[in-house]
Design a protein around this ligand. Structure first.
Ligand code: IMP
Length: 206
């Protein structure tokens, strides 16, 4: 069983491979480069779900199962911003530092610092059957000053009260256990295992 993740990021491929293998032994996750899919994916969806499906459909051009994910930070006092624009909040080629600075500026004097990370993962099948779309969310608060050196993006500002740490103060395993992405991938794994299991059963029963 092979599936293509709409990414060139080796770290993301390895992470998905590791988490999906627990539920679907023998599954092989390939990158876009592995299947010769070139070109930029235009992520112009208005929601995480739309973007995840755009990416999954792109990966499914390979003829294999296509998987796409989209994630970001939603801050309640900012009406859900930066949301789907999380990567380019401070401008088209903005880096993490600029995005974090813009977020702190936008929340200056704001008492409500509640926020959530959201990750949506979509899985598209070559036979055109209904896609699987799952979502993971993790609630937290935006600090006034960054803390921690690990992770990426908004991790140093995202305070996860339950562990009493920011995401940037957690190990990779600690973060995976509670993160939006970890939750979404576990949901995908369970749904995909069930779909593939049912498929096998229905073929065996014929
Ligand atoms: P992507 O869809 O996973 O590429 O995430 C888009 C953007 O959302 C990233 O560039 C980050 O700015 C932000 N983001 C998503 N997930 C995380 C996370 O786990 N930690 C910090 N920032 C994140």
């Amino acid at each position: 069983m092979k599936a293509v993740l709409a990414s060139h990021n080796k770290h993301k491929i390895a992470e998905l491979q590791r988490l999906l293998s627990v539920y679907i032994p023998g599954i092989e996750i390939l990158s876009l480069a592995d299947v010769g899919l070139e070109g930029e994916i235009v992520e112009d969806g208005k929601t995480f779900g739309e973007n995840a499906l755009i990416k999954a459909n792109f990966a499914a051009r390979s003829g294999l199962i296509g998987i796409g994910d989209d994630s970001g930070l939603c801050v309640y006092a900012l009406d859900g911003a930066p949301g789907v624009y999380s990567a380019r909040y401070a401008g088209e080629n903005a880096n993490d530092k600029a995005n974090n600075e813009k977020l702190l500026e936008a929340l200056k004097g704001e008492p409500n610092r509640e926020a959530k990370f959201v990750c949506t993962v979509a899985c598209v099948f070559p036979d055109g059957s209904d896609p699987i779309v799952v979502e993971g969310e993790t609630e937290g608060e935006i600090l006034c000053v960054p803390r921690g050196e690990s992770g990426f993006g908004y991790d140093p500002l995202f305070w996860f009260d339950f562990d009493g740490k920011t995401f940037a103060e957690m190990s990779e395993d600690e973060k995976n256990a509670v993160s939006h992405r970890g939750k979404a991938i576990k949901k995908l794994a369970a749904a995909l295992a069930q779909r593939l299991g049912n498929e096998n059963n229905s073929t065996e029963n014929k």
